[in-house]
Design a protein around this ligand. Structure first.
Ligand code: ATP
Ligand code: MG
Length: 483
């Protein structure tokens, strides 16, 4: 059972507190300790865990408030509540210096005091959880202080960019570019199918940028009327349209100094594209219904799961806006094109969900990994995570994840023919030499394509020297434009 919360009341007026301390004790089951000097209060605070301190003053003293002000530095984690005898002469500066949770006036109303103490402790607990969560959210390898993560069954070779788990060359490249782009102020355009991890990448970029201490605000642009989007992003004045019952700041200004993530950017109307373009060019914000032009400094990251280039070609997206948005362009490949990421992601999700469900999973059977490797994953990483979460939920505590717990669709997936696994190549020619050479040509050509013609990477993968690779390129007359 949780230990009772301890409330220390520092007062020289014991009898003012008789019924209030009864209520704290009887109704709320707090431990209440009455002390009459700062020295005694400090002694209590060093010998036991104190959760909240209440002090009071009479008309002629400020000792109680002074003590809270000192506590702010010496014991910042203890919540402070102040009871004054009078509001005259009480300066808001002095109150704000003490950073108290609440101040009350005498005579003490025990019901009010009980509620204030209860809320104060709840708020502190929420703030603590919020701190933990946001730290978890922002963690990067070196600030990791959560034991649970250390227990995950990571492959040694798997890498992290903030929360993005990956090993594939393609993702290493994407993350490298994102790391380089992060500290600049240029807009970034992230494209990729649904569930590939675009939002995770945006967060990683924000937390690796100089804007990390300012907000990251997310706006989904899909399925929004221009008016709503306009008011969400640029804000509005009260009465600017029906339903605008108060002023709205707008996301761009709310995120001032930070990053705004515009998701599903392909969905905005042509007229809204013009507003965005203007904002990107001038950094100017004009709230709806206002004629004041305001400035704000935000970095835009936009994402789309429909390739914008194609939309531009079809006249559905403004080319000038497209060029503006792609200060850097990142393409997150679909999971089926980076099968190497399936195993480390599976292990990561299994550990994550086992932790969350309080289960122990010994590992993942080879059959499961093989089946997952065959999956097509139109929903990409999100779909893989859903599958693993379900499997962990079904698995027995202390066992392996096996195909018994897999969903029927994935179980039925036919073995995929992966050119890079050496299957699916069709030899050409009749003689053994011709057939072997034709296979070699296909393998080298595919590897080059996979590495976007980066010859040292290709040579590395194929176990060739750079000269060896160059010779093969020449022998088979391979070139970049032939695909
Ligand atoms: N590399 C990764 N490592 C760990 N988790 C990942 C990775 N990629 C994606 N995820 C997880 O998969 C889910 C989908 O990712 P995310 O929301 O970032 O995708 P998205 O590309 O923004 O999708 P959509 O286009 O549908 O909005 C999230 O739960 C995310 O945490
Ligand atoms: Mg998304």
């Amino acid at each position: 059972m949780e230990a009772p919360k301890t409330v220390v009341i520092l007062t020289r007026h014991d009898k003012d507190w008789a019924s209030a301390s009864d209520v704290l004790l009887e109704v709320y089951a707090y431990r209440v300790i009455l002390v009459s000097s700062a020295k005694e209060a400090l002694k209590t605070m060093t010998s036991i865990q104190v959760d909240l301190v209440v002090t009071d003053d009479d008309r002629f003293t400020t000792d109680g408030l002074d003590f809270l002000t000192e506590m702010r530095v010496s014991h910042p984690d203890i919540v402070r509540v102040y009871v004054a005898s009078h509001s005259e002469g009480l300066s808001s500066k002095a109150l704000s210096n003490a950073a108290i949770y609440q101040f009350l006036l005498k005579p003490i109303n025990e019901i009010q005091l009980g509620l204030v103490v209860e809320r104060a402790l709840e708020t502190r607990e929420l703030a603590r959880r919020h701190r933990l969560l946001s730290r978890e959210f922002k963690i990067s390898g070196d600030t990791l202080d959560f034991n649970e993560r250390k227990s995950t069954i990571f492959r040694p070779e798997s890498q992290r960019f903030e929360k993005l788990v990956h090993v594939s060359e393609q993702m290493v490249e994407v993350c490298d570019l994102a790391r380089q782009a992060a500290p600049t102020d240029l807009p970034i355009l992230i494209q990729g199918e649904t569930g590939t991890g675009k939002e995770l990448l945006v967060r990683a970029i924000h937390y690796n940028s100089l804007r990390r201490a300012s907000p990251l605000m997310v706006q989904n642009c899909g399925g929004m009327s221009d008016e709503i989007l306009q008011s969400e992003l640029f804000g509005h004045k009260r009465g600017a349209f029906t339903g605008a019952i108060s002023d709205r700041l707008g996301l761009f200004r709310a995120a001032d100094g930070g990053t705004v993530f515009l998701d599903e950017i392909s969905e905005v109307s042509p007229s809204f594209q013009v507003s965005l373009l203007r904002f990107l060019q001038e950094g100017e914000v004009k709230p709806l219904g206002s004629d004041k032009v305001l400035h704000c400094n935000v970095r835009i990251v936009a994402a789309s799961n429909r390739p914008l280039k194609g939309l531009v070609a079809r006249g559905l997206f403004r080319q000038d806006l497209y060029f503006r948005l792609k200060g850097f362009e990142l393409e997150v490949p679909p999971l089926r094109e980076r099968p190497n990421d399936i195993a480390p992601l599976t292990e990561f999700f299994a550990a994550k969900h086992a932790d969350a469900m309080g289960k122990k999973i010994l590992g993942i059977s080879a059959n499961v990994l093989e089946k997952l490797n065959n999956g097509d994953f139109p929903g990409n990483v999100r779909e893989l995570e859903n599958e693993i979460r379900r499997m962990v939920a079904l698995a027995k505590d202390g066992e392996y994840l096996t195909t018994r717990d897999m969903s029927a669709a994935l179980l039925a997936a036919a073995p995929r023919i992966r050119p890079e696994q050496g299957r699916g190549f069709l030899p050409e020619g009749v003689t053994l030499k011709d057939q072997v050479e034709s296979l070699e040509k296909q393998i080298v050509s595919l590897a080059l394509k996979r590495h976007r013609w980066n010859q040292s990477r290709t040579a590395g993968e194929l176990g060739l020297s750079r000269v060896g690779l160059a010779n093969k390129i020449k022998r088979y007359a391979l070139d970049e434009s032939s695909g």
